[in-house]
Design a protein around this ligand. Structure first.
Ligand SMILES: Nc1nc2c(ncn2[C@@H]2O[C@H](COP(=O)(O)OP(=O)(O)OP(=O)(O)O)[C@@H](O)[C@H]2O)c(=O)[nH]1
Ligand SMILES: [Mg+2]
Ligand SMILES: [Zn+2]
Ligand SMILES: [Zn+2]
Length: 384
């Protein structure tokens, strides 16, 4: 029986489906003696990684550890072939919406929330970026800098080992995250998009449309200046509120083009609309009721399942709240473009930063909810 997963692997860079024969393998005893190793006939039949057979090579007899995608040439971790599922999601939203803060706390929660999963970075870049962001937020307790625009983001590559299953073979999933610069997203309509970013967008299994409620005029009129200033990115002028509707429409049109979906047809890709920074909304009189579900602890983690009724309630509460803020156009734009959409509310930090952008103890609220929705859909956790 083949050791490789039965479902095809996906190259996280070019998003093409790949099998053993679509990868180039390299033996790297040292940089000067790097050489390609071709899988043997038996390797292909048995579905195993090739071994270096070169005479006098320091690594003779060892299984190779480096591979590259034959199509795009990017380096790939060979273990990608063993993954049982390929999960990828892409965060989009205007600059300062809170995407990178969200990803940082999401990964932290995934690692430490007591779920029976082990999270491992697949490459050095992912390790470095996550360590850097984690140190910034959790140790130095400071807000992150805005993501640099104009550079295609490297996807973060993670492996999830699922210890919840009682079988001999631990199921593994590859989790790919794209967190681009909001500035690039804002221009999605009229600048030719970087080919890579466009592939990520069209290849993602789930889109996270991150939406900053502090851009809404009704919210800005009600919450304090301190909270508002502390909760907005300072480096760039934040965009005009009306951009949210435009962004939804242009993003949708863009995905249609990339995926060959007829204009006007709803997109069936999963889309989680995520309202960020909900901690800042608690001071609003016209905000959520004090007994609202959205302010309660998320039940999914404890249940180790996706609690459908809780999620539906939150979707309703936020739609209701948006309607009261006069934002029906935004809701209509979402529903007109996406068929499979659910609204979520999260707070990455748990409360607003102070005037110097310093954070109190980080207490993320409901950040795992959108991911649990995704995992339930993929059959990784049950829905109850
Ligand atoms: N109150 C509050 N403010 C937040 C929260 N998360 C982020 N912010 C604020 O939003 C600012 C921008 O957050 P980022 O995560 O950098 O936003 P981004 O979407 O990655 O922005 P770009 O990289 O420029 O696209 C931060 O500097 C914080 O001031 C939150 O959970 N609560
Ligand atoms: Mg960012
Ligand atoms: Zn590739
Ligand atoms: Zn060798």
């Amino acid at each position: 029986m083949s050791m490789f997963s039965k479902s095809e692997a996906v190259c996280p860079h070019c998003l093409r489906k790949i099998k053993l024969g679509d990868m180039k393998f390299f033996c790297v005893p040292d940089e000067d003696n790097r050489h390609e190793v071709k899988p043997s006939f038996m390797d292909k039949i048995k579905g195993r990684l090739p071994v270096c057979r070169r005479k006098f090579c320091k690594n003779h007899g060892l299984t190779i550890r480096e591979a590259a995608c034959r199509y795009c040439g990017e380096i790939l971790p060979p273990q990608i072939l063993f993954h049982d599922k390929f999960l990828s999601f892409c965060a989009v939203g205007v600059a300062g919406a809170g995407k990178s803060s969200y990803m940082t706390t999401l990964l932290h929660e995934l690692k430490y929330s007591g779920l029976p999963w082990v999270l491992q970075a697949m490459d050095v870049e992912t390790t470095q970026l996550s360590q850097q962001n984690e140190q910034h937020v959790y140790e130095e307790r400071h807000c992150l800098q805005g993501t640099t625009a104009g550079i295609s983001p490297k996807p973060q590559l993670w492996t999830i080992l699922d210890n919840s299953k009682q079988s001999d073979k631990v199921p593994t999933y590859s989790l790919t995250i794209y967190d681009g610069a909001g500035e690039d997203c804002e221009h999605i309509d009229y600048t030719p998009l970087d080919a890579k970013v466009s592939r990520y967008l069209s290849g993602a299994k789930m889109l996270l449309i991150m939406f900053d409620p502090l851009l809404l005029p009704s919210v800005r009129a009600e919450i304090s200046h301190e909270t508002l200033n502390a909760s907005m990115a300072t480096e760039r002028q934040t965009s005009a509120p009306a951009n949210m509707v435009n962004m939804v429409n242009s993003l949708a049109n863009y995905i249609r083009r990339a995926c060959n979906i007829a204009p006007g047809k709803r997109i069936d890709r999963r889309a989680a609309v995520v309202l960020t920074k909900i901690d800042a909304l608690t001071e609003m009189l016209n905000g959520f009721a004090s007994d609202a579900t959205i302010l309660k602890q998320s039940p999914h983690i404890q249940s180790r399942a996706f609690v459908e009724s809780d999620s539906e309630m939150i979707d309703l509460e936020i739609r209701d709240w948006l309607t009261r803020q006069g934002e029906t156009a935004f809701l209509s734009a979402i529903d007109a473009n996406f068929r499979d959409v659910r609204v979520f509310g999260v707070s990455s930090f748990g409360r607003p930063p102070d005037a110097y952008k310093r954070l109190a103890k980080v207490r993320p609220h409901r950040v795992l909810d959108p991911l649990m929705w995704f995992l339930a859909h993929e059959g990784i956790i049950p829905t109850i």
